[in-house]
Design a protein around this ligand. Structure first.
Ligand code: GLV
Ligand code: MG
Length: 286
């Protein structure tokens, strides 16, 4: 189906811990498409209040660097998330999006949607699929709110809950189901960060595999991971050239059967190529 969200590049999402505003400021200029300040797993329980107090002013500063600014709140099934939501309701500026971790049901997403509507925040939502129940309910979660723009696949938490390894094969079912749920709902979908910062070859391989599976991007924990991720998720020159031919031929004769180089080109391909061109244009002009 067509993506419901505006076409914007969501190739990369760089995490920064909420206790390190300096890293957030750097991340905004790193070239990442999205920067996510983390109140959840990067922050020890004892320092959540401090992190919250440091995080929220970051969203009041004028936008700079071009990246979308996102806040990862705590699990909606925890007291800390209530504190997060109250702080947001009292804060001057809302993040562009909230990232909701460890979601287990569509009701959790609908609940946050209601709270955001109550405080009239234009905030979008991203959900991490990283629990066994969340994976089971992924199709319903993906359509739980019109604010949703993307899913993330959280292999670290999911593999721990499954008692499985984080290897590609072990997490393939979870990834595929998350991609399917996102595609059905017309959302973007980003893969888990590659946790080994020194393993550039492994990162490149994982990013390419995720791209081939249908992911639109991959998260990162360090700016040095961005070039490999951007390379995997940006349309190649070859794709752009082919996309231009497909779209031009279709627009010249929208009612005809589209055959290029002897191959029939179906409508979903035309839509995907239109999207690739739109992303390529945005990247060119960004
Ligand atoms: C991300 O949050 C993960 O658990 O992989
Ligand atoms: Mg997680």
């Amino acid at each position: 189906m067509d993506r419901k969200t505006d076409v914007v590049p969501r190739r990369s999402l760089l995490f920064a811990p909420a206790l390190r505003p300096d890293r957030f400021a750097k991340a905004l200029h790193s070239g990442a498409d999205i920067v996510c300040l983390d109140l959840e797993d990067a922050i020890a329980m004892a320092r959540k209040d401090e992190a919250r107090a440091m995080a929220l002013p970051a969203f009041a500063a004028p936008a700079e660097g071009g990246a979308a600014r996102v806040l990862r709140v705590n699990s909606l099934r925890s007291l800390e998330s209530l504190k997060d939501m109250v702080a947001l309701s009292e804060g001057a500026a809302a993040p562009e999006a909230l990232m909701l971790p460890k979601v287990t049901s569509p009701e959790e997403v609908a609940w946050v949607d209601d709270l955001l509507s109550e405080i009239a925040a234009p905030t979008a939502l991203m959900v991490i699929i990283e629990t066994a129940r969340g994976l089971e309910a992924a199709p319903e979660i993906a359509t739980a709110s019109p604010r949703l723009v993307a899913l993330l696949f959280g292999a670290a938490d999911l593999s721990a809950e499954f008692g499985a390894s984080m290897a590609w094969e072990a997490m393939l079912y979870g990834r595929s189901r998350t991609v399917q749920a996102a595609a059905t709902a017309g959302l973007d979908v980003l893969d888990v960060p590659h946790l080994d910062l020194e393993d550039d070859a492994g990162l490149r391989r994982a990013a390419q595999q995720a791209q081939q599976l249908g992911f639109t991007g991959k998260a990162a924990i360090h700016p040095k991971q961005l070039p490999a991720i951007h390379e995997a998720f940006s349309p190649t020159a070859e794709t752009i050239a082919w996309a231009r031919r497909v779209v031009d031929a279709f627009d010249a004769d929208p009612d005809g059967l589209l055959v290029l180089d002897g191959k029939l080109v179906e409508m979903p391909v035309v839509r995907a190529m239109r999207r690739a061109l739109a992303i390529a244009d945005l990247l060119d002009n960004g």
